[in-house]
Design a protein around this ligand. Structure first.
Ligand code: ADP
Length: 396
């Protein structure tokens, strides 16, 4: 029987979804959709496998007030579009941000697994509930369908102990305070994609820069994650749209003592009011900052580039050199100017960038025929979810 797989990637106010038909060893994309503006201005856009728009519809706020309600809209549409997607859904795969220390690979969701995912909520209080919502909604809507959880932390669980620890007492490490790393589905996709396009890099020392709304870097060796800039939470590492990245923990103490901020206020501050937005005082969006003449916009972008080049140096040290730097996600795939500045700042590693290749969004952006490569590879987290879902079902 042909598998028709739904991959769901639920964020704080949006749900991305794609449907794949499993044909032999490959997965054929049938539709991809985005329902965003949940809780504010809900809008659904669905495209077919060629990218042609099938649906572009806005909804009243009350109709799509939650991520759960979004599943009903998506589910109703998919049921009516069976001919287009190749039949009835046979399974669903979900992105789940936190898999803790124990989930090292994707798993079929049953009651016990669901309870364990729920128990990890304190480790990702803002994200985990958003991932659980569609799992529960689909379990109610289609209890017959197998569902698979694909963890953003799993790809990093092979990190060595030195990379996995903070310099804090062991009891806290045993309790789960570890450097988990995130964006794992994106990095795993890139790790599989690199050898397809550059077979010579299959065993290489590669730094991947996933620069989207969330930003992190990952060091890959032999296709496996060795280290990442993200740590215990998705706040660590390099600056992001609205998050500061690594911060002296003394700042948190200062905010508590001198500003009287409690945990909830600090959490809101760190997740929503820092990063490019906080530093510029203008926006979290790189496009708007690049278009702005305000000095604070330039400062925010320059600081972003500075911190990224600094961490590229750190990960190059971890890897003992670098064979390729890969840019991916919203800023990595579209931010021509950001790519140029980051590579220029990393020239000491032998990285080069050809301005024409950069502007025209080629795969290989390097200015030289030899030496370490600079690549731009679009990520595909939903395809990775679909691959995992297919494989977990096949192994049942
Ligand atoms: P998410 O992490 O939600 O999947 P994306 O990977 O889509 O987000 O990245 C979104 C970000 O990409 C935007 O906030 C914006 O800063 C950036 N971006 C999108 N297009 C461009 C562009 N043409 N130039 C620079 N940055 C861009």
């Amino acid at each position: 029987m042909q598998q028709i797989l739904l991959a769901i990637n639920a964020g704080s106010s949006s749900v991305k979804f794609q449907v794949f038909a499993a044909a032999d060893a490959s997965l054929e994309r049938r539709v991809s959709g985005l329902l965003d503006g949940i809780g504010s201005q809900p809008r659904l856009i669905i495209r077919d496998g060629t990218g042609a728009v099938l649906v572009d519809k806005s909804f009243a706020l009350a109709t799509v007030a939650s991520v759960e309600a979004a599943q009903e809209i998506v589910g109703d549409w998919l049921e009516a579009a069976q001919e287009l997607i190749g039949g009835k859904l046979t399974a669903i795969g979900h992105r789940v941000v936190h898999g803790g220390a124990d989930f090292t690979r994707p798993v079929l969701i049953d009651d016990a697994v669901l309870a364990r995912i729920v128990a990890l909520t304190p480790l990702a209080p803002l994200h985990q509930p958003k991932n659980l919502a569609p799992i529960r909604a689909w379990a109610r809507r289609r209890p017959d369908l197998p569902q698979v959880a694909c963890f953003d932390t799993a790809f990093h669980r092979g990190h060595g102990e030195l990379a996995d620890r903070f310099a804090i007492p062991d009891a806290l490490y045993q309790e789960g305070i570890r450097r988990y790393g995130f964006h794992g589905l994106s990095y795993e996709y890139i790790a599989q994609r690199v050898p397809e396009v550059f077979p010579g890099l299959a065993r290489g020392r590669i730094i991947v820069a996933h620069l989207g709304n969330g930003c992190s870097l990952c060091a890959l060796k032999d296709g496996r994650s060795i280290d990442s800039t993200m740590g215990f939470t998705a706040l660590d590492g390099i600056p992001m749209g609205t998050r500061p990245g690594a911060l002296d923990p003394g700042i948190v103490l200062y905010l508590m003592r001198e500003k009287g901020m409690d945990a909830a206020a600090i959490e809101h501050f760190l997740y929503h009011q820092c990063g490019l937005k906080g530093l510029s005082g203008i926006s979290n969006d790189v496009r708007l900052l690049e278009a702005s003449a305000e000095p604070s916009a330039r400062l925010a972008l320059d600081h972003f580039v500075y911190r990224i080049t600094k961490e590229i140096g750190a990960l190059a040290a971890v890897l003992g050199g670098i064979d390729a730097l890969v840019f991916t996600a919203g800023i990595g795939e579209n931010g021509t100017e950001m790519r140029r500045h980051i590579v220029t700042g990393s020239a000491w590693l032998g990285l080069t960038i050809d301005e024409t290749a950069n502007r025209t969004r080629q795969l290989d952006l390097s200015a030289t025929a030899t030496g370490p490569r600079v690549l731009m590879i679009p990520t595909d987290e939903e395809l990775m979810i679909a691959r995992h879902t297919r494989d977990v079902l096949a192994a049942r």
